[in-house]
Design a protein around this ligand. Structure first.
Ligand code: ZN
Length: 481
C-alpha cells in the first residue's frame, strides 16, 4: 500500500512542476455564447441567427439554435443578444519585436536584453481582436515567443513564422535575414529554416532569378508556403518570378515598383501573372497611406493615440528620428502618392479576377501599430472596392487556408479553435464594426472589453513612464509630458 500513496503524490508533484515551470496551463472553463448572430466566414456565406455557441477545452463544441439548447449549470454563459460572433482576425504581414530584432532594425546595440516583453508586444494584437499573425522576419527568438503562446503561458495570436532570405548585400542585416548567393545556398537556407521550425519562406528583393527559383522549388518540396517581394525591380523580369510555389506577393506596391514609375497600364498583365500562377496578394494598403500621411503631415505622429502602444525604443524612433519624415521631399511625396493611386487600381482588379487579397499591415514600420493598423487595413480594402465579405474573409478564413491551418482555425465551426470576436455591431454591414469589440475569446478564454481596456491603459502608462526624459509629477503620480 505504501508505494500507492506515493504515486498520486508524485503525479501531483509533476502537475505542480508542470504548472509552475510552465509546461501546461489548465484548460479554460466551458463557455456558452447565447442568442448570438454567428458569421462563420465559411465559403458558403452562411449567417446563423439566434445561436448558442458552446466552447469546451478551447474549441467550439457545438453551434445550435438557442431555442432548444440546454446549457448545464457548470458552463459560464455570455448573453450575445444583438451581438455578432466571428473568427478572430489575422494580420498576414507583421514583424514581431524582440530585443535582437530591435537592435538590428534600429541599429542600436545599446538596447538591453529584457527591454522587450512578449506579453506586451502581443497585447495590442489581442485587444484589437488579431489572433493570428504571419511574422515575415521571424528569428530564433520568435520560436520562443510562438511556444509561449501555444502553451498558453502568454496570451497572444498564433504566430506563423517566415524565414526571410535575401541575396548578397541584403537590404536588412543578417540576423533579420538569411543570405543566399547561389541556388544551392538558397536550397540550404530553406532546409535550415524548415529544420528550425519555420513554416513559411519570405523571399526578398535582391535574390537573383536562379536562386529565387531554387528557393521556391525547395520550399514547395518541403510544403512551405512562400511569400515576399518580387526581386530585381525594374529589370523586366517580373513574369519570370511567377513560378509554381510563389504563393503570395507581400505588398500591392511590389507591382508599382516593377517599373521606374508605377505603370497602371501593366495591371492587367500583373493580374494574369498572379491568376495563372495561383499567387495571392497581401495589400498593405494602409501602410502606403500612412507613409504618405506622416511624410506630408508629420504632426500626425504627435496626435495618433495608438502610437502610445509602441514599445519605447520604437516610439522614440517613430516620433523623433522617423526616416520617412527626415527624407521627406516633393519627389518622395509625389512617388508615395503615385503608389497609393496605383494600389487603388491594382487591388480591385485582383479582386475582380477572384485572386484572394489578404489583410496585412507591415507593423511596426513607422506609423503602423500592432492590432490598430489591421482595422485601418480592413477599411482601406473596403474603400478600394472589395466587398465587405471579401475583406472579412481576407482576414479570417483565407489566411488560414494559405497557411495550411484551415482544419484548425479561421472559421466559426464545430471542432475549430475558439479564437473569436464578439462584436456590438455587424461587420458585414460595415467592416469598421470590427473595432466594436465587446469581448475577445482567445483559445476559449473570455476577455471582456473592460478587462482589455484596463490592460491597455496599464501598458500605455508603463511605456510612457519608461521613455527617456519623462518626468513623473510629484503630486499625483500622473506621468508628465
Ligand atoms: Zn514587412
Amino acid at each position: 500500500m505504501r508505494h500507492c500513496r506515493f504515486i498520486p503524490l508524485a503525479f501531483f508533484l509533476v502537475l505542480v512542476a508542470a504548472t509552475v515551470f510552465g509546461q501546461q496551463v489548465a484548460a479554460p472553463p466551458p463557455l456558452a455564447v447565447e442568442h448570438v448572430t454567428v458569421l462563420p466566414m465559411t465559403a458558403d456565406g452562411a449567417v446563423l441567427v439566434d445561436q448558442t455557441v458552446l466552447i469546451r477545452n478551447g474549441r467550439i463544441a457545438s453551434i445550435a439554435p438557442s431555442a432548444g439548447t440546454r446549457i448545464d449549470a457548470a458552463v459560464m454563459r455570455v448573453d450575445g443578444t444583438g451581438k455578432f460572433l466571428m473568427p478572430g482576425l489575422a494580420d498576414a504581414h507583421v514583424h514581431l519585436e524582440n530585443d535582437r530584432l530591435l537592435r538590428l532594425f534600429l541599429q542600436n546595440p545599446a538596447i538591453a536584453t529584457g527591454t522587450i516583453h512578449t506579453e506586451d508586444v502581443l497585447l495590442p494584437y489581442v485587444a484589437n481582436g488579431v489572433l493570428q499573425v504571419i511574422d515575415l522576419s521571424a528569428t530564433s527568438e520568435t520560436v520562443g515567443q510562438r511556444d509561449e503562446v501555444e502553451s498558453g503561458r502568454v496570451v497572444g495570436p498564433h504566430i506563423a513564422m517566415a524565414a526571410m532570405i535575401d541575396g548578397p548585400d541584403p537590404v536588412w542585416p543578417v540576423g533579420i535575414t538569411r543570405v543566399a548567393a547561389t541556388p544551392s545556398d538558397g536550397r540550404q537556407a530553406v532546409r535550415d529554416a524548415s529544420a528550425e521550425g519555420y513554416e513559411v519562406i519570405k523571399v526578398y528583393s535582391r535574390l537573383d532569378l536562379p536562386t529565387f527559383t531554387a528557393i521556391v522549388d525547395e520550399a514547395r518540396r518541403l510544403r512551405m508556403p512562400v511569400v515576399g517581394h518580387i526581386p530585381q525591380r525594374g529589370k523586366h523580369l517580373t513574369a519570370q518570378f511567377f513560378q509554381p510555389g510563389f504563393g503570395m506577393v507581400a505588398h500591392a506596391e511590389e507591382f508599382a515598383q516593377q517599373t521606374a514609375v508605377p505603370a497602371e497600364a501593366d495591371i492587367p498583365r500583373y493580374v494574369e501573372m498572379a491568376k495563372s500562377n495561383g499567387t495571392w496578394l497581401t495589400g498593405t494598403l494602409s501602410l502606403d497611406e500612412r507613409l504618405l500621411e506622416e511624410t506630408a503631415h508629420p504632426e500626425t505622429l504627435k496626435t495618433r493615440p495608438e502610437l502610445h502602444f509602441l514599445t519605447p525604443p520604437l516610439y522614440a524612433m517613430v516620433t523623433e528620428q522617423n526616416p520617412y519624415v527626415q527624407q521627406a521631399s516633393p519627389q518622395r511625396l509625389a512617388y508615395l502618392r503615385a503608389i497609393v493611386e496605383f494600389n487603388r487600381k491594382l487591388v480591385p482588379a485582383f479582386a475582380a479576377a477572384h485572386i484572394p487579397v489578404l489583410a496585412g499591415t507591415d507593423t511596426p514600420v513607422p506609423g503602423m501599430v500592432a492590432g490598430f493598423a489591421l482595422h485601418d487595413e480592413l477599411e482601406a480594402m473596403a474603400r478600394y472596392g472589395l466587398s465587405n465579405r471579401q475583406v472579412l474573409e481576407g482576414a479570417t478564413r483565407l489566411p488560414a487556408e494559405w497557411l495550411g491551418v484551415a482544419e484548425d482555425r479561421g472559421v466559426v465551426a464545430v471542432g475549430k479553435r475558439a479564437d473569436l470576436l464578439l462584436l456590438d455591431a455587424n461587420p458585414m454591414e460595415n467592416v469598421a464594426n470590427t473595432r466594436r469589440i465587446a469581448a475577445v475569446i482567445v483559445g476559449g478564454r473570455l476577455r471582456k472589453r473592460h478587462e482589455l481596456d484596463e490592460q491597455m491603459r496599464e501598458l500605455a502608462q508603463r511605456y510612457r513612464q519608461s521613455r527617456p526624459g519623462t518626468v513623473t509629477s510629484l503630486h499625483d503620480g500622473t506621468p508628465g509630458p
